[in-house]
Design a protein around this ligand. Structure first.
Ligand SMILES: *Cc1c(COP(=O)(O)O)cnc(C)c1O
Length: 366
């Protein structure tokens, strides 16, 4: 790959001295679960002022040493990404829209006052890790290698200002089918908490947003639901998104609506891909506003036929039931809807290489 990154910076390669045995790896890949098992290697790249990015290494995955005063531990200067590498049906290895993750990573970096990483370097780091640990990519249906690039402020300094030292890391985790036997419809709880306010960090993929969503999510679970849905902060009326997934609403008349990116919603790459696929399906796709009140009314009248959530981890997840302080309602038959399944199948077919990639979304890396 001829990249800007190659010109500026070469990756040192330090193979793991004692990698996981073939048998132990096979046992992990037979039942990978999600987010608990990791591959043998990781990428690290350092940033300091005034040197910029340097010391790119692909080496053994190990704990990292941090000064107890490291800024990330106190003021949460941290951002991350999530993307997947797939074994395609023809046996090749592909990433799905990694340039979009690289671009979003830099949007998040700007919001958190962190240095931007050249997009080519982001992609090279991810690619090298997948190529090094390619034996860790599970190949079963719905499985993939989940990649987690992230950046933390490592400078030891307790004053409040952007740090002058950062570390970019990529780790990888084999991931099974998020939902074992197809996606069951989930039940969601409308939270009284808000996830993101106008002018805040809702559109940035930062750990802090997730920290703030844990109590609302725990409340949803305690009430017997699977996920939490957040309304807007100003009026507590408009539907925004789940803790980590965007939402879509499908209507009887062929309209498909998703909340517009107002600055308080995370611009999901799955969301964006589905906008394109839904238009190709001939649906009237709208990015707009939708209120909780209208949602309830339309579900009751039958005008709203399906609702689904989407994101890299679980791809597309049907929403069957919604509950909040004012009672609960069911969407359609309460189970997975036809359009939800159709859009999911189309997206997965592209990711798997079962259908031609007419959008340039697939990056073959091996
Ligand atoms: C990552 C994320 C999403 C989904 O984005 P994808 O790019 O589709 O994975 C949605 N909402 C939040 C809050 C997120 O962090």
């Amino acid at each position: 790959m001829a990249t800007l990154a190659d010109a500026d910076l070469t990756f040192a390669s330090r193979p793991h001295p004692a990698p996981t045995s073939v048998e132990a790896r096979a046992a992990v890949l037979a039942n990978p679960g999600f987010g608990t098992r990791f591959t043998d290697h990781m990428v690290t790249i350092e940033w300091t002022e005034p040197r910029g990015w340097h010391d790119a290494v692909i080496g053994p995955r190990l704990p990292i040493a941090l000064d107890p005063a490291a800024a990330v531990l106190h003021y949460a200067q941290e951002i991350f990404e999530g993307l997947k590498a797939y074994v395609q049906t023809d046996g090749s290895i592909a990433l799905f829209r990694p340039e979009a993750n690289a671009a979003r990573f830099n949007q998040s970096a700007r919001r958190l006052a962190m240095p931007e990483l050249p997009e080519a370097l982001f992609i090279e780091a991810v690619t090298r890790l997948v190529q090094t640990d390619r034996a860790w990519i599970p190949s079963g249906e719905g499985s993939s290698l989940y990649l987690r690039p992230f950046m933390i402020a490592t400078e030891a300094f307790l004053g409040v200002r952007p740090a002058k030292q950062y570390k970019f890391i990529v780790i990888a985790s084999p991931a099974g089918n998020y939902f074992k036997s197809g996606a069951p419809a989930v039940s969601i709880w409308v939270s009284d908490y808000t996830r993101a306010a106008p002018g805040g960090t809702g559109a940035a993929k930062c750990g802090g947003n997730y920290a703030a969503s844990l109590v609302p999510q725990a409340e949803a679970i305690a009430r017997g639901h699977d996920q939490v849905v957040f309304l807007d902060a100003a009026e507590h009326k408009w539907i925004e998104e789940l803790g980590g997934m965007n939402l879509y609403f499908a209507f009887e008349d062929g309209t498909l609506l998703t909340p517009a990116l107002t600055g308080t919603i995370l611009p999901g790459i799955t969301r964006d891909s589905l906008l394109t696929l839904a238009r190709e399906e001939g649906l009237k796709v709208v990015e707009g506003r939708y209120s909780l009140e209208q949602w309830r009314e339309d579900a009751a009248s039958g005008k709203l036929v399906e609702t689904f959530a989407c994101g890299t981890a679980a791809v597309v997840t049907p929403v069957g039931k919604v509950a909040g302080r004012d009672g609960e309602f069911t969407i359609g038959g309460g189970g997975p809807g036809q359009l939800t399944q159709k859009l999911k199948n189309r997206l997965v077919a592209i990711q798997r290489g079962d259908t031609p990639d007419t959008h340039g979304w697939i990056s073959k890396i091996g």
